[in-house]
Ligand binder design. Structure first.
Ligand code: PEP
Ligand code: MN
Length: 358
C-alpha cells in the first residue's frame, strides 16, 4: 500500500483538535485513575500513559510493565476515553493489542532503529488501531517517513505522526529542538498524514508548554500530546515538563486555532508558514552563534595562558576562504558571506580582548 494514497480519515471523527493527555508514566492504578478523572473530557479525547519507559540511563524507573494495561482498560471503561501507550518491541505491541489499547505510539528511540520499526510493524500487521510514529531523535526526515512506510507495508492504515523535537548538542531553550521546518517538510511530502505536536518533550519545561502548543496550531497541526500529572513535581519520569490536568485545560481554552487553508487566504497561510520557518531557523542560527562564541572564549583563555596574540592573520584568511568556498557552493553570495564572517570574527576578537584584559 502506498503511503501517499492512504486517506487517514480516522482523524475526521474529531470535531475539535485531537488532544492526547495523561502522565509520562503510569505509576500506580490510583495515579492513573486520578489523572483520568481530572482531565476535562470536552477537550481530551485520548488518555496516554507510558508503561514501558525508555530511559537514558539504567537505574531510572523503567515503567510498571504489562500490569499498567489493566489500568488503561479501566480508564477506557470508566471514563469512556480512548487510550494510548508506547510500544517499543513486538511483545509490547502484541500485549497492547490484546488489551485493546486504541492508539499505539512508537517512541523517538524506536523510530530511529529500522530493525525495531520493522519488528513492531510486523507485530501490528493489518491492525485497525491508530499507530502514531514519533520523530526519530535525530533530525532525519527519511528515517521518520521510512517508519511510516514500514507500517503501511504491513497493511496498517490508520497512521499519524507525533512531532516531539530533535536531540541537539547546540544550546537552545528547548529540551528537544523543534526544527519545525522538518515537520513542515513532512506535511509537504505526506499531506494526508495527521500531525500531532508534543510540546512536553519539545519544551522539557512546563512554562514553555503553552507557547509551543500555540506554535503547533499556528502550523495547522491536527492536535497535541501533553504530559499531565496530578503531582507533576513528584512524577517518576519527566517531572519538569508535566502539568496539572487543570493547567492543560487553561492552555487549551486560551489557544487560538488557525483556520484551514482556503482559496482566499492561500497567500497568508503560506506566508505564515514561511515566517515560522524563518523564526525557527533564526533561533537555530543564534544558538549556533552562541556555541561558536563559547569556543572563541576557550581559545581566548588558551591564548592568554600561553601569551599568544589574539589576531592570527593566516588563520583568519584560511577560515574566510574556506567559509566563502563552502557558502557560495550552498548558494549564498560572496558579498553576504564577507559581511557575515567579518562581523562574527569581530565579535570573537572583542570577546578574546575582554578575556585578555581581565
Ligand atoms: C514519552 O512520550 O513519554 C516518551 C518517552 O517520548 P519520546 O519517545 O518522545 O522521548
Ligand atoms: Mn515523557
Amino acid at each position: 500500500m502506498n503511503i501517499q494514497d492512504i486517506k487517514q480519515d480516522w482523524i475526521d471523527q474529531f470535531e475539535k483538535p485531537l488532544i492526547i493527555a495523561g502522565p509520562c508514566s503510569a505509576e500506580s492504578e490510583k495515579q492513573v485513575m486520578e489523572i483520568a478523572e481530572r482531565l476535562d473530557k470536552d477537550y481530551v479525547q485520548v488518555y496516554r500513559a507510558g508503561i514501558w519507559k525508555p530511559r537514558t540511563k539504567p537505574g531510572s524507573f523503567e515503567g510498571v510493565g504489562a500490569i499498567g494495561l489493566n489500568w488503561l482498560k479501566r480508564v477506557k471503561d470508566e471514563f469512556n476515553m480512548l487510550t494510548a501507550t508506547e510500544v517499543a518491541n513486538a511483545s509490547h505491541a502484541k500485549l497492547a493489542l490484546e488489551f485493546d489499547v486504541d492508539y499505539l505510539w512508537i517512541g523517538a528511540r524506536s523510530t530511529v532503529n529500522p530493525f525495531t520499526m520493522q519488528e513492531i510493524a510486523e507485530a501490528l500487521r493489518d491492525t485497525d488501531k491508530v499507530v502514531l510514529v514519533k520523530n526519530p531523535v535525530n533530525p532525519d526526515l527519511d528515517l521518520w517517513i521510512g517508519g511510516l512506510e514500514r507500517l503501511a507495508a504491513q497493511g496498517i492504515k490508520n497512521l499519524g505522526v507525533i512531532h516531539r523535537g530533535f536531540s541537539s548538542h547546540n544550546k537552545s531553550k528547548y529540551r528537544n529542538n523543534p526544527q519545525w521546518q522538518i515537520a513542515l517538510e513532512l506535511k509537504d511530502r505526506l499531506p494526508n498524514i495527521p500531525i500531532i505536536g508534543d510540546p512536553s518533550h519539545i519544551a522539557g519545561r512546563r512554562d514553555l508548554i503553552a507557547e509551543v502548543a500555540q506554535q503547533a496550531f499556528n502550523l495547522e497541526y491536527n492536535g497535541l500530546m501533553v504530559e499531565t500529572h496530578c503531582n507533576p513535581d513528584e512524577a517518576w519520569s519527566d517531572a519538569k515538563q508535566q502539568i496539572l490536568p487543570e493547567t492543560l485545560k487553561d492552555i487549551l481554552v486560551d489557544i487560538t486555532l488557525r483556520k484551514k487553508n482556503d482559496s482566499s487566504d492561500v497567500f497568508s497561510t503560506k506566508l505564515n508558514r514561511y515566517r515560522n520557518e524563518i523564526d525557527e531557523l533564526d533561533n537555530q542560527l543564534l544558538g549556533l552563534l552562541a556555541s561558536r562564541m563559547d569556543v572563541a572564549k576557550k581559545i581566548g583563555n588558551l591564548k592568554k595562558e600561553h601569551n599568544v596574540a589574539i589576531f592570527q592573520p593566516d588563520r583568519w584568511n584560511v577560515l574566510k576562504k574556506l567559509a566563502i568556498r563552502n557558502g557560495t557552493r550552498m548558494g549564498l553570495s560572496e558579498e553576504f558571506l564577507e559581511h557575515l564572517l567579518v562581523s562574527i570574527h569581530k565579535e570573537s576578537v572583542d570577546l578574546q580582548n575582554e578575556i585578555m584584559d581581565k
